[in-house]
Ligand binder design. Sequence first.
Ligand SMILES: [Zn+2]
Length: 273
Amino acid sequence: MRSTTLLLILAYATTLVVGRPATTSTSATTAAEAPHNSGQVEIFTHCNRPGVFALTFDDGPDKFSWGLAKRLKDQGIKATFFLNGENSVNVLTDSTMTDEGEKTYLEVIKHYYDSGHEVASHTLKHINLVGLSEEQVKEQMNKQSDIIYKATGKRVRLMRPPEGVVDDVSSKVLSELGYYDIMWDVDTKDWEHKGLKAEQARIREVMDKDVANKTMGHIALEHDIHQDTVETLVPWFIQYVKQKGYEFVTVSDCIGVEPYFADTNSTIPNASG
Ligand SMILES: [Zn+2]
């Protein structure tokens, strides 16, 4: 069920046009350039079938996350959240007021999961993985895995590298740890705060070209740490995607992989995995 090499090449071409993060290091191998021979992490930029759509949110949790997870659930929508432990908030020490009382951020992560959404890793501290040692990459991934495990009892397999970039070292470590590298093919660039019209234009630039029953489903990038994203962009985006007749799915469903390790005590899968 994995994408063929041809599809991956096409996806990279798309990513290079619409999905490339603004910040890259000169020494960086972008995810789009990473080789796919064994030993390197497997990269996905879109779904493996038409008619589905994966809404993804990075950099949380934050104070808008609880309500967003609930509103999506109330609309029957499943999303995927790529979480940091120490970024916008410190998950292990901070808490937030919600419409259901004060909640710790570990409870917010559990709430994502209990609301039917998928949880995934965006590293512990949102550090660009390019140039890090194997040990440093492992620390970023394993400590974040521990935090999500503490909140949900699940060991995640989906990750998104900060700024969308990996190099050979981090790619190899991610592969050894059993992760899938989840990129995107629809970039809202909501972090630029240029307003809904600019975000709509970027989404339409990709999705208005879709051919029914033919174009592979999309993975769209947003950030639930921004109020305008949660309150303005998301409601419009949902209507737009629904009007196109797409089904909202989690990333694991969209690409056809397991989101969590079956053995919840392990951080490292069998060597051949
Ligand atoms: Zn990020």
